[in-house]
Design a protein around this ligand. Sequence first.
Ligand code: NAI
Length: 248
Amino acid sequence: MTTTQRVAVITGGASGIGRQTCLKFARKGDRVVVADFNEAAGMETVEHIKKEGGEAIFVKVDVSSQESVQALVDEAVAKFGRIDVMFNNAGIGGAGPVLTQNMDLYHKTIAVNQHGVAYGIMAAGNKMKELGIKGVIINTASVFGFLASPGTFAYHATKGAVIMMSKSAALELAPHGIRVIAIAPGAVDTPIIQGFKDNGMLESMKAKVMGGELTKPETVANSVYLLSLEEADAINGSVVMVDQGYAS
Ligand code: NAI
């Protein structure tokens, strides 16, 4: 068991799964770097943590920029001296059907959901290796990384990529004692999923979750926390279903 107070960097920390994960890690005594494009909402997460007696800072990041993600990791280490957990979680949804694909949206989805995770793995992996920290990198994929549905072509592409990037990076980082894991949530009650209301998909997604209700982001956060612990060190290069049976 590590006795050092850990540092967790969480992208998409201003909302949904990321926000709840920030709160969870902070409540467990970790120092948290809340990273997001949305500064106002990210600051709210930080204030919430501070009110509860936790320690957190906000760093504005655009995960689709490699420079920005590198600056995030550098700033986290400059402030707290280490990085133990990198949760590459920021993402955008939808993007539309293949035959009428809006190409700006296509490229944006790839840039945020896929390149954003790649940059996070590279920046955090190199920093953990440099500092000799046996950390963990957790990437948010989705059941949509291996289950297809119409209307979300680019999103599927990115989430499939996150799964394979996680496995590939896990193999390369294992010799340094760094784990890499992908999580695959199903249908989680956050703003991103409201986009599926318009094409009627939300109700059918709900029906696939055991219990018939959307998964709470708090419960996804709990799973991310468990995966981050040293006791979970047999879980590496894995895609962990956090889907309440969505893909069963
Ligand atoms: P959300 O919309 O509540 O949170 C996403 C966060 O990412 C927002 O705070 C947003 O500002 C941030 N973000 C977006 N683009 C960014 C950028 N370029 N740079 C930095 N931050 C950026 O949505 P949710 O559900 O919490 O999404 C988190 C992750 O979970 C995403 O990767 C999503 O694809 C994934 N996911 C969500 C599911 C769901 O049902 N809600 C199911 C499976 C996966």
